[in-house]
Design a protein around this ligand. Sequence first.
Ligand code: URA
Length: 506
Amino acid sequence: MSQAPLPIPSPSMRTAVLESATDLAGFRTQARALLIAEVPPQQVTWMLAEGRTGDLFAAGPDTLPAVPADSPVPANAPRVPAFFLQWCETVILHREPHRFALLYRMLWRLVHQPSLREDTLDPDRLRLEDMAREVRRDLHKMKAFVRFRPIADPDGGEPVHVAWFEPLHHIVDAVTPFFQKRFTSMRWAIMTPERCVQWDTHTLSFTGGARRDQAPEADAGEQLWLTYYKHIFNPARLKVKMMEKEMPRRYWANLPEAVLIAPLTAEAAHRTQDMIDRDATVPAKRRPRNGPAIADASTIHTQPLGDDVVIETLAALRHAAERCRACPIGEHATQAVCGEGPDQARLMIVGEQPGDQEDLQGRPFVGPAGKLFDRALGELGWDRSVMYVTNAVKHFKFEPRGKRRIHKTPTQHEAAVCADNWLEREIALVKPAAIIAMGATAARAVVGRAVAVTRERGTWMTRPDGVPVLITFHPSALLRAPEESKPDAYAAWVQDIALASEYATT
Ligand code: URA
């Protein structure tokens, strides 16, 4: 970390004024003006115009003359690396009062010490990276943990959904487009101690902060959500430390489901033992379908297939998938389980991955989840043989536990490689008019981005190729549900599936 000599500072201090705590445009304009005027960081005080209080420092003796945002940039203006501009966008949202000073110091040093660009261990740089990470985490948590509660409209209009949240950083404006896009047709408001935002289905409006006691209390609709949360809780996968890391305790006060964590955790060991004690299954010898022996190393795919690899029939696809080792799952499964059904089916059903029974029989949805699925189709009067039933991941991922093989969720990477290699090719060959994605893994694989199944179930999305995708939860979630809540959850799931009835015929 070599330190080049910095230019000698001029004796007078300068004050750079920003319009708000997240005034990125103002910061860029001021920083550029300061840099061009060769004002070193130790001579700059950063402050906010709004109230001249808040999280910056006291005013200095001189305020920089305003620099119009479109003022011409001199030809010899210093060039700033793209990564610095990316840091600015995120770090500026951090609550740390010195963030502007730190960013300007980094800018100054990047311009005057070019070797810094390569110095990934520089303390300023590490601090900025930490701050950017903390902001990204806060954004992620806000997207995941905002819970809306409906408030009836006294004039009889649509209810307004109101949520209370306490972000750690200045992220309300930055996260708003996410909620606007996700809940476009709903009237909603998010209240936070620093800033509130409202969406009336046409216009966004921002106001100052609110108090917790101004936010609505729990409502009856929450019962449905609690029932669903109980369903998707899998005792065999409980990892308390990991859960607390993902859902830190500071958010629990605003999460209705937090009341269930203690009782569900307490009974987890007992429920898991129950699962382990059930009869064991014995995997058959690995047996490839529709093709030569798997030991034929020349046909093993150890890498993701490139876009240029063309597979012309579903039979050829099954044959090739059998030899897929682009992720480690295939090494341990009995066989690949591709989809089954007519090659021109109008409706495609996508699950997560084969389970124990599917792995042994080589067919999708033939185990307990499949039985539930068949029951739902029977009640809807649908004929399974006219639809194409498949999974996002083609091999069974499991963890041996005693004599049993316990299902393990594929990682995002495994699911993405598998979807690119096989599911996308299945979709391209079958060309369904619509798809039902059951569960989060399937939804992500089919739609190409993370989908919050809890919120989005029963809704249609559109794939980049224009095919409509109905989101619903996975039948295994129902199988894991406590007995008393199974009937309601099952009925809701069947109702979701029924939304695709126009596609359920030949
Ligand atoms: N679960 C799935 O997602 N797919 C199957 O084929 C079986 C269980």
